[in-house]
Design a protein around this ligand. Sequence first.
Ligand code: TXA
Ligand code: MG
Length: 302
Amino acid sequence: MNDLDKASQLIKNDDLVVIPTETVYGLAASIYSEIAIKKIFKIKERPFFDPLIVHISSVEMAKELTTSWDETCNVLAKKFWPGPLTIVIPKSDKIIDLITSGLPDVGLRCPDNKLTLKLIEQLNTPLAAPSANKFTKTSPTLASHVQDEFGDSVFILDDGPCSLGIESTVIGIKSDAIQIYRPGSITKSQIESSLNAAGIDLKVITGESPVSPGALKHHYMPKKPITLVKKINPTDESVSTWIVPQDAVIASRELYSKLRAMDKENTNSITIVLQESFKGDEKFNGFLNRLDKAKTVDYYFI
Ligand code: TXA
Ligand code: MG
């Protein structure tokens, strides 16, 4: 049996599978299996108030899970799917309350990974999947990260390193505006331009959703304290230091791997050196958002 068939079998048997995506690895269950969905919350130690993103392989599949697919959704899906955009919209009856934490809306995303898309197609079943890490801890961008956290308790569909490295941009569609709940690789300007090009007159605003984990003050955290600085300190052997690359794509791709690696080093704390210019650069929004929640002390943001 190949890995894909094994993964299909597990999902059909109310079990979990770790799926690769272009952002981070996800811990997936069939949306139709209440047993499997409950397992997600249990092994992640995730509270039930934090809703799960549902992964689909086509717009047709997405339309069955919502009662309000409209032209705006069409435009955004055409432009950004498969890709790192999660669209939060009113759910249909196919989505059980456990997935949305009782909220009337569901987050839908079509991931840009061939193996995972094939798995969803083969099963003809959408997969609910949060990032495959313990609640509030660092997300995994390699199969070995998942292994470190969950051991052999879950089957991992290994597809190498995730190309983007930070979680999807999450947006909510309101009647008068689009709200970015969680910043990611897809920026506000990119969303605005795609709407403008299609003649859709909707404002794009930022502001975390009270129900997004982004709204939690601490998230994505390694065990060691993290200090964010603008200038490198004289070398201190008890500190692991990472000078962040100038390119937002590379910085985002490396972030979680670096945090995990530095957490394993024989040091007491982590220092991350950032350029002043990152703050005004939209491409760094997602990256800085994650660091802001992972950090302990901050000489950069103030
Ligand atoms: O890139 C990603 O989005 C990854 C990969 C695996 O797809 N997934 C991910 O899932 O980051 P998770 O569970 O770690 O974060 C998803 C966040 C939730 O914490 C939640 O707050 C927000 O997306 N979200 C999901 N459904 C929502 C809803 N119905 N309303 C508001 N926010 C929602
Ligand atoms: Mg997560």
